[in-house]
Design a protein around this ligand. Structure first.
Ligand SMILES: Nc1nc2c(c(=O)[nH]1)N=C([C@H](O)[C@H](O)COP(=O)(O)OP(=O)(O)OP(=O)(O)O)CN2
Ligand code: ZN
Length: 157
């Protein structure tokens, strides 16, 4: 490695939480909900053991390539002990062993799809983490079904 370069890395940590939910949109009739969501619209709801993988990069700076660097003093992109605490507050406390639709105010108006769970977690982490270091949130609803969210937005006309 040349003396002027730095090693770049991203750091991930995962947690699992258990929650139940029902897919139901207030914008649709009961018939439309049943047609769209099928068994997942059953009023009794159903549960998942969600796995969430959060990826961060080092402190944001004006230099894009410096933003992922391993700190030469600590040897870390970020202390995993700190990331664990942020994930506890943003994921486990609001979501674990909850009925997403009834216990989490965010989902009283937003359908509790995995996409929206990923957005909820992204927004919750963004409020706690140092600015600019959150890179990716992955939510595994089942072993087969995974959503990846990187904070992208688009203008809706
Ligand atoms: N775009 C989305 N589609 C669906 C979501 C979602 O979050 N986003 N969620 C569901 C249901 O919540 C449901 O839990 C999916 O589970 P299931 O059908 O059991 O999942 P699998 O595909 O893994 O199960 P199979 O055994 O393969 O049927 C539905 N759609
Ligand atoms: Zn489900």
């Amino acid at each position: 490695m040349s003396p002027r370069s730095a090693r770049l890395a991203r750091l991930s940590r995962s947690v699992t939480f258990s929650a139940c939910h029902r897919l139901h949109s207030k914008s649709l009739s009961d018939e439309e909900n049943l047609k769209l969501f099928g068994k997942c619209n059953n009023p009794n709801g159903h549960g998942h053991n969600y796995k969430v993988v959060v990826t961060v990069r080092g402190e944001a700076t004006n230099l894009p390539c410096a933003s992922l660097q391993i700190d030469p003093v600590s040897g870390m992109v970020m202390n995993l002990a700190d990331l664990k605490e942020y994930m506890q507050a943003a994921i486990m406390e609001p979501l674990d062993h909850k009925n997403l639709d009834k216990d989490v105010p965010y989902f009283s108006e937003v359908v509790s799809t995995t996409e929206n769970v990923a957005v909820f977690i992204w927004d919750s982490l963004q409020k706690l983490l140092p600015q600019g270091i959150l890179y990716k949130v992955e939510v595994h609803e089942t072993e087969q079904n995974v959503v990846v969210y990187k904070g992208e937005e688009t203008i809706v006309k």
